[in-house]
Design a protein around this ligand. Sequence first.
Ligand SMILES: *Cc1c(COP(=O)(O)O)cnc(C)c1O
Length: 419
Amino acid sequence: MDRERKAFPTGGGDWPELRARMREMASGDADWQKGRVPLFVFRNDEDSYTVGREAYFDFFTENALGRNRAFHSIAAMEADVLDYGLDLFAAPEQAGGAFTSGGSESIFMAIKAARDRFRARRSDLAAAPLNIVMPITGHPAFDKAAQTMDLEIRRAPLVCDMRVDVAAAGRLIDERTIALVGSAPCFPHGVIDPIGELSDLAGEHDVWLHVDACVGGWLAPFFKRIGRATPDFDFRFANVCSISADLHKFGFCPKPASTVFYRDRADLERATFTADAWPNGIFATPTLLGTRPGGAVAGAWAVLNHLGVSGYEAAARRMAAMTDAYLRDLAAIPEIELWGEPDLTLINFGSHAVDIYAVARTLEERGWVTGLTRAPKGLHLMLSALHEPAREAYVADLKAGIVAVREHKTEETEMVARY
Ligand SMILES: *Cc1c(COP(=O)(O)O)cnc(C)c1O
């Protein structure tokens, strides 16, 4: 998009007028509030949304970087949130964690800790090219971490249920492997990798196992508690060394908020950046960020305490029922095939009968933002409470799109899978 560069504003813009202009800019946004965006936004109920928002703005100005020097409230809330996660993920007594800005940062920190532990143990290989072994479904945040830290990524294929092929992953591990990764669940197909088997593999090779529970970590344990067959993925498995889990996805907390946990507090210290060469003395953070929004910590603390076990169980019940309803509707469409049995609310489906990308194009024309997968070619839904009222309209438009594509009533346009 060509856009003329604007001059620095002259100032004096009054708020109601600025707000009106901003709302005008938003008028062309996708209608996420009506459930037409199957990613980016996660919602539970109106109450937990309001609690998160109010808590966020009550601590809007506080800086979590200063939690130990000035904002003891933020330090206390952050410690509580990390305790809640350690409890949820069955962490041992000596475990520790950090509050970060998102999954990408949580993953970066865990991989840094794994690399630094490897270097500490294998000084003979410290300068060698090192690698990470992960499923092809691993999130691009690992690619970012690997590019930044000069690591190679080796991608293991999947078996037919879309979970990683553990034996194939094993064949990719060598003496320069700093970490093995599994997802709970993986973003593309919504299924949880066999973390127990990966833990055994990690034990055989004495390699760090990271579980990427970014998308579903804070909700998945409640799916199990309400009686779903959602598998375990956490520190219960002996060789899980670290877990990333985003509060701002299915924890329903305000952005930016994620967590990273380490089985051994020594690894949290390894991940921590400490610098003291500059004139102001020691600067140590267990995160990439320096300044962090106090509001994100407060918002997470408030939402977690507002929902608690009963609230997350209720959310799990609602979202499980909604996912089942979507699956029932999809199963009733003969052209549609499910590419994986979802462990949470992420659904990936395609078709052998019609070009699913052509169907996606028709959905886009009707105002739906579509998530796509490339292999296999498919549509991708990540359902939260916003999507329940949208289900009938979505399914109707999906069916209409299939009919249009079958009858060749659609334009030939290229769709490209992109996040
Ligand atoms: C979203 C996601 C990430 C990255 O998290 P951000 O908060 O977007 O940085 C990592 N892994 C998985 C599986 C995810 O779904």
